[in-house]
Design a protein around this ligand. Structure first.
Ligand code: GLA
Length: 403
């Protein structure tokens, strides 16, 4: 009898102590995350005032209404670890602490994100999470963090799958649902393994605000919009609801021409990319705001079918991008890559498009679609007639086809 009760006690203890099955948080980032991140414009020049202003403007400018949610502090918020190893923010830049800042962001009906790195130090040389994963995850949960961008600097000898899975497990153990954004620049082909680790993964090195340039920094380069779009063709099959390819944050409003900003934003929406604005929200021009808050274009990105678009054709410097949408709809984006304006003369009936991934076919001989110009916000006829238009240099004509 005594033996029997000991056995029962042991089994019960094992059941209680059994580590819970670690996984990523499901049910979040079901469409590509939308928000703002400090890095592209402010780099290490971050402080709590700046973040509060970003939250204020997000709330009042129409961006929140257009779907932007996350306010994310990128690198350089960190101060030191205490004697127990817990991380604290830089006391000069964040004197009120991160919890107070997260509370403020939440009070605006927004969500709050933060940054760390799998190495010993972040890319900016601040304390990072290696060896402190569970402690950091606990701290983030206590602060009220909703989103973590996790970088890959100073990780010599680390295994990427292992390092990112450790942080995933730490976040899960801490118990607060946090969107997990992997940022290892596509080095280890995360699209092949990160579906169950995070909600989005960077596919390339850093973006820079130019249309088609490479900016050489010695040991690494940052890349213009078109360079990024051209890297890793074929990875669209790995993206879907709750797990997205991330071609990096937006450079809209950071120095390209209006046409280029519009093309950049349109392509990111065609790619079902996360839409993390990266400009100075408090000094947005009317144009920048119009681009970032065009809800009809955003709806293409956020479409619940969750299928990443692709380049269907390219002729005379006009590229044609397509994206299948819910309710048998399609988005089609004509991009003029040349330095001159170009004419488009497109016969829908001669272009029957089949997407093997979504098993969808666009056949205008069988179905007539209404065409909506998403930047002009007007219906411009049906697919029974040829589409003729002129597109300015580095600009797009983006339309939605619906039955
Ligand atoms: C890396 C990332 C960037 C940014 C910086 C911060 O370069 O790719 O997006 O987070 O680090 O130092």
């Amino acid at each position: 009898m005594k033996r029997y009760s000991m056995f029962i006690t042991t089994v019960l203890m094992m059941a209680v102590l059994r580590p819970m099955h670690a996984q990523k948080f499901e049910g979040i980032a079901l469409t590509p995350p939308m928000g703002w991140n400090s890095w592209n414009k402010f780099a290490c020049d971050v402080n709590e005032g700046l973040i509060r202003i970003a939250a204020d403007v997000m709330d009042t400018s129409g961006m929140k209404d257009a779907g932007y949610q996350y306010i994310v502090i990128d690198d350089c918020w960190q101060g030191k670890r205490d004697s127990l190893g817990f991380i604290h923010p830089d006391p000069q830049r964040f004197p009120s602490g991160i919890k107070a800042l997260a509370d403020y962001v939440h009070s605006k009906g927004l969500k709050f994100g933060i940054y760390s790195c799998a190495g010993l130090q972040t890319c900016g040389g601040h304390p990072a999470s290696r060896g402190h994963e569970y402690q950091d995850a606990l701290m983030y949960a206590q602060w009220g963090v909703d989103y973590l961008k996790y970088d890959w600097c100073n990780t010599d000898g680390l295994n990427a799958v292992g390092a990112y899975t450790t942080m995933r497990d730490a976040l899960y153990a801490a118990g607060r649902p946090i969107v997990f954004s992997l940022c290892e620049w596509g080095n280890n082909e995360p699209w092949k393994w990160a579906k169950d680790v995070g909600h989005l993964w960077r596919t390339t090195g850093d973006i820079t605000a130019c249309f088609d340039c490479e900016q050489n920094h010695g040991t690494w380069s940052s890349w213009g919009v078109m360079k990024i779009v051209e890297m890793h063709p074929g990875i669209r099959v790995y993206a879907g609801t709750g797990h997205w390819n991330d071609p990096d944050m937006l450079e809209v409003g950071n120095g390209m021409s209006i046409n280029e900003d519009r093309a950049h934003f349109s392509l990111w929406c065609m790619l079902a990319a996360p839409l993390m604005s990266g400009n100075d929200l408090s000094a947005m021009s009317t144009w920048t705001k119009e681009i970032l808050t065009n809800t009809e274009v955003i709806a293409i990105d956020q479409d619940s079918l969750g299928v990443q678009g692709y380049r269907y054709d390219s002729k005379d410097s006009i590229e044609i991008w397509v994206k299948p949408l819910m309710k048998d709809g399609w988005a089609v984006c004509f991009l003029n890559r040349s330095m001159q304006k170009q004419k488009v003369d497109y016969d829908w009936s001669k272009n029957i498009i089949t997407d093997e991934l979504s098993k969808r076919t666009l056949n205008t001989n069988e179905t007539k679609y209404n065409i909506r110009n998403l930047w002009v916000k007007k219906y411009i006829g049906t697919t029974k007639k040829k589409l003729t238009a002129e597109i300015a240099s580095h600009d797009v004509l983006m339309v939605r086809l619906s039955k």
